[in-house]
Unconditional design. Sequence first.
Lengths: 160, 736
Amino acid sequence: MTSQIEREIGSQGETGSGHTEYLSFRIGDSEYSVEIMSVREIRGWTRTTSLPHAPHFVRGVINLRGTVLPVVDLALRLGLDASEPEDRNVIIVVDVGSRVMGLRVDAVSDILSFSPDQLQPPPEMTSKSRFVRALTILDDRMVRLLDLEAVLPSNEEIAA
Amino acid sequence: MSDPMQEIMASFFVECEELHEALVDALQSMADGDSDVETINVAFRAVHSIKGGAGAFGLDALVDFSHQFETVMDACRSGDLTPDDKLNSLFLRCADMLFDLIRCSRDGEEADTATSQGLIDELATYVSHDDAENGAAEEEIDFQPMTLSLDDLAPPADGDALPDLPPLDLPPLDLEPAAADDTLYVEFRPDRELYESGNEPLFLLKTLADLGPCDIHLEHRPPTGYDDLKKLGGGLHWTVKISTESPPSAVHEIFEFAEGLCLLNVSTSAPETAASDRPIAPAPVVEPETAAPPAVAEPPTLTNAPDTPKEQPAPAAATPPAKKTETGAAKTTATKATPTVRVDLERIERLVNLVGELVINQAMLSQSITQENIAPNSPVSTGLDEFMQLTRNIQESVMMIRAQPVKSLFQRMSRIVREASAAVNKTVKLTTEGDTTEIDKTAIERLADPLTHMIRNAVDHGLESTETRLQNGKPKQGEIRLSAAHRSGRVVIEVSDDGAGINREKVRSIAVSKGLIPEDANLSDTEIDQLLFLPGFSTATEVSALSGRGVGMDVVKTQITSLGGRVTIESNPGVGTTFAISLPLTLAVLDGMVITVASETLVIPLNAIVETLSLSSEDLRQVGPGQKVLSVRDQFVPVLDLGVELGYRAQAPLKDGTIALLISPEEGQLVALLVDTIVDQRQVVIKGLQESYGRVPGVAAATILGDGQIALILDPNDLVQNAAGDELSKLQRKAS
């Protein structure tokens, strides 16, 4: 598992010292991060248009300069306490494979840089951990690395 | 290869497509019993031009094939062969092969040489081998005329008027007659058609000179009667004595493109009417249109011609028939009747997108003007009105650019019918209707796959076997009808067969055995028909090579739905089945009614709405639990609360002033949708939801409103179907 992470990380967004940069953000009291290379832009919260029959964690769609952007509420997706969106929230627009989606988070906090050996695979836990790809400790805080592929709604979830 | 060459080649392939279209058209009408000479001429010319171009690019496979094809067609043209059903079907198969060869050449793929050779051999059986001219030309297919035409930038037979001729610069000719046994005598008398089709005798003679030293004589043999005049047009008559070791066939090759358009005699002995050595008298040119005798018609420019006798064909070819050339070309290829421009589809896409943005922008502008409380008749407001009008006009024009007749699509389908019917051994006739109906180009491209499936299905499953047909007293030949028509803002494409109709009993039992529906499901005929669209459904007892793998109709449905279309089935036992595809006219913009429900703004396509009503609480009657009907002019109409259907709110008692939109998902059926308010009626730009998110039940697409917010565009029919809540729609939702 560790070696797989190393390989994956080694292939993208490296800094000179073999470190990879991550965008970290806050949901409630927890800190999460995604690889910075998959982040397209960060936007302020705007009202979404809700989609009928969508999974509960899909907030709806917004207008991103003329295209329709689905927005996933990360708190709901990760099974954390739900909070009503407020203007201070942000939408992180991420590029995953061929799809572009928005992630609603409470606030963006920092850009972090880790080397592969600082990352640990998450311990075998409940099913919710499938969204977390790796963990790391930074200044006594635990930062979770999200697996974006898993976070986005799958086709089955959309159709259900 | 250099870039310009690539470009020329690309345009050649585009031309090939057009020519092929004309070819198939002509062959089809021949197969339908049109024995007009002009029809076969059109077909012949198409193949001939393809061959010509292919020769220039060294596409040997294409040249070989079209040559043989053309040879047989030429035999029909000259009356040596009478096309019968068998030959016509061979011609059509050859046309299909030709298309494959063109495609393979274009994409640099390996062509199916076995099939093409088979067809060449089959064609060869039609032309007797003692036919010296054709026989000789068959052996060596090397295109000298094309080499020439590239040099001179005047491709033969392309129908264009000739460019200004360069001064005559024939290579120095050796006028000494060579040994008699190495001498060829060529007699060449162009018909009027030769000039009209843009051929240039000068080039032919120049190429002839490449064979060996030539002794060329030009004579004027004035036409003797009116008929002669009409045919000859000029009366120029060349006799050429060549000292060469080449066989007579080499000469025929040079005149390949002129064959049929001139009198050509090649012999090894001097013709009786050998040309005299004197220079030609002035004025051999007779304008074909003027039926006056040559002496009168003599153009003044030619009076000083004697010292340059060989240049005379130039004005003859270039000026007088120029007008004629145009009409001639228009007759051969109807597609060239109006001047057209070829534009990269990407550029049009860009324009369409920009117009889409313009429409959104205009909506934003008008919204902010409304917010400013500007008087309705102020200059700003009237200006805005005009702006809206213009936007709409621009948008319609842009859409028109993208619209194309479905003809090309239908033609492809005729090929599918031929191949499919041959594979299952049925005789099938395809009739098409409304092939000038125009639909969006993208739709045409994306319809090809589903239509192919449907046609194959119709041939394989729809039509009975020949024996069964005869037993049931039907004509041996099955009929498949493909039609397109505009119907109330949508395009309807129908595929019907006169087969046995859907065997509903069988469909039902298969669906049960495959576990698609419970055994005790009580389904109406329409619902059973809809089972065909379920994934993994296949009714063919035997899996044939053609269809019956159980992928098909569900894919068809998905593809059509992704185009914003619907498929419906109508089937009568023993009479036949009709599949109807209904598509929106444009894929980019629609007229919609903007409504709100549970504080969400939504758009409903205007063409779906039959009527709007304002309700009071007494208008609704309870029928069952959660089931209400509305009485409209003594008709009870089922009611759907849009907010509930979309999950925006729970069932709530009706408030006064609630608005009902009557929609008609199917002919004769009405459903009332309850909404809170109607905001506006406007054009909206369709933004796909499927690509970025996925399919949402009841929602066709999204759009951006004037305030920058996204609103969903509903698909009322899907909505009603989902709400129907019967076994089938649940199944379908699970399936999709």
